[in-house]
Design a binder for this molecule. Structure first.
Ligand SMILES: Cc1cc2nc3c(=O)[nH]c(=O)nc-3n(C[C@H](O)[C@H](O)[C@H](O)COP(=O)(O)OP(=O)(O)OC[C@H]3O[C@@H](n4cnc5c(N)ncnc54)[C@H](O)[C@@H]3O)c2cc1C
Length: 418
């Protein structure tokens, strides 16, 4: 009997199990994950799970019986130590060897660790796994605590919003000149900075962490300002610190197996095939040419992990179903939901479509073509943006910005721009 091995029990790995069966793979499937839990939804970790609105069972992507029903062999708490491509086998950390017909890498990423002095003190936390949140939750008291959040990306901001809601005092430190600098336009950064400040979060941009202080527990954070006008050192008291400074991609197995890895991602084609004909990859660990932009990119989002897992499973089953969906992502902070359609790489113009102060969308254009939109509290604009980007529909700037015009209605009958 042939065997398909999936390494990684995140969104991509869990979806691959479902899709392989759906696409007709009747032979053995083994899902290997080094985490303790069955595959679970990661986004709620920094949102309603941390807030206590969802329990561990509610996080699970599928209950255990669903894997049994699909005849999936689950190997949890199990780490793959290496791949032997020539032998078509993987070696587990306990020395066990498992052969495969097809191997799917869904190894995702891990939280990037901060390297400054004092980083080994206790009460410094990361937000990536269920275990991370359990450890953090165990140290959160019901009293108001002084929490320093290092990192003003989506995960840092979501976590800050939840902890603020729980009554803690939050100081948010960001090294870049603005929040979300890597992923969004200054207008959106400014909106989120104001949103957090209105809720009482102290936000410091242009601020680099130099060291954590304390004997055993962290008690403070020493920082320096990165602006030329202000070079003074700053010190923030902290009962605990949370670090959200991005992810490191788990490409070590792929590199060791001799697969092509570039820009921190396992290189895949549109069918999720790697440079080894029996090995595929899906999710955060991959880099590939994104269908709409033509740009080689790594996309860290649940929709991408699901889409690639479906494609990889179809490829394994001999079908050709390239990933062509528009990339999208969402984030929840306070009562604001941002939904992002497309990739804004290389944009040269933006257009604002403002319904109200808390409901608007910012559209990104490149050489006159709409390539992405950040939609805040406007699901309708998000739906329209996905369609416009997918179909490459051309819309005049004054139409996009005019909220009296229904974009969805505008789309019917419009032809493709290219
Ligand atoms: C707190 C948080 C909030 C997020 N919020 C959002 C959101 O709102 N919207 C959104 O679209 N995305 C969000 N994301 C991103 C999203 O969760 C990821 O894009 C998605 O989880 C990627 O899935 P994956 O399966 O590719 O990788 P991962 O989820 O990283 O899973 C990879 C798994 O492989 C395991 N593994 C790695 N190496 C080995 C090995 N050698 N042996 C065995 N197992 C191994 C890892 O431990 C891990 O369990 C969030 C992420 C986090 C951390």
């Amino acid at each position: 009997m042939a065997r398909c091995i999936i390494i990684g029990g995140g969104h991509a790995g869990a979806q691959a199990c479902i899709s392989l069966r759906k696409e007709g793979w009747t032979d053995e499937i083994v899902l290997i994950s080094d985490e303790h839990s069955l595959p679970y939804h990661r986004p709620p970790l920094s949102k309603n799970y941390l807030l206590g609105q969802v329990d561990e069972k509610g996080l699970l992507i599928r209950p255990e019986q669903a894997y049994q029903k699909d005849n999936i062999t689950l190997k949890l708490r199990t780490r793959v130590a290496r791949i032997e491509p020539a032998l078509q086998s993987v070696v587990l950390q306990n020395g066990e060897r498992l052969s495969y017909e097809h191997l799917l890498l869904c190894t995702g990423s891990r939280a990037r660790r901060i390297t400054c002095s004092g980083n080994e003190l206790s009460n410094i936390f990361y937000i990536k796994t269920l275990k991370d949140i359990e450890q953090l939750a165990a140290r959160l008291s019901t009293n108001k605590q002084r929490i320093v959040m290092v990192g003003g990306g989506y995960i840092g901001l979501e976590t800050a919003a939840v902890l603020n809601k729980m009554g803690h005092q939050i100081t948010l430190l960001e090294q870049a000149p603005r929040l979300l600098a890597r992923v969004t336009a200054p207008f959106i950064s400014e909106f989120y900075q104001q949103l957090h400040q209105q809720h009482g979060v102290e936000v410091h941009t242009n601020t680099q962490v130099l060291a954590f202080t304390g004997e055993q527990n962290v008690t403070g954070v020493r920082c320096k300002a990165l602006t030329q006008s202000d070079t003074a050192e700053q010190y923030f008291n902290a009962d605990l610190v949370i670090v959200g400074i991005g992810a490191e991609i788990n490409t070590e197995l792929a590199e060791q197996a001799g697969l092509l890895v570039e820009q921190n991602g396992i290189v895949v084609n549109e069918l999720c095939q790697t440079t080894d004909k029996n090995i595929y990859a899906a999710g955060d660990c991959t880099i590939g040419i994104e269908h709409h932009s033509g740009i080689a990119t790594r996309i860290e989002s649940v929709p991408n992990a699901l889409a690639q897992a479906k494609t990889a499973a179809a490829t394994i089953c001999g079908k050709h179903q390239a990933v062509t969906s528009v990339p999208w992502f969402w984030s929840d902070q306070y009562d604001c939901k941002i939904q992002i359609a497309g990739l804004n790489h290389g944009y040269d113009n933006t257009v604002l479509r403002q319904h109200s102060s808390s409901s608007f969308s910012l559209w990104y254009l490149k050489q006159g073509r709409i390539i992405a939109a950040d939609c805040i509290n406007t699901a309708k604009d998000f739906m329209a943006a996905k369609k416009i980007i997918d179909k490459k529909i051309s819309l005049p700037i004054d139409v996009i910005g005019n909220t009296d015009i229904d974009l969805i209605k505008q789309l019917s009958g419009r032809s493709q721009a290219i």
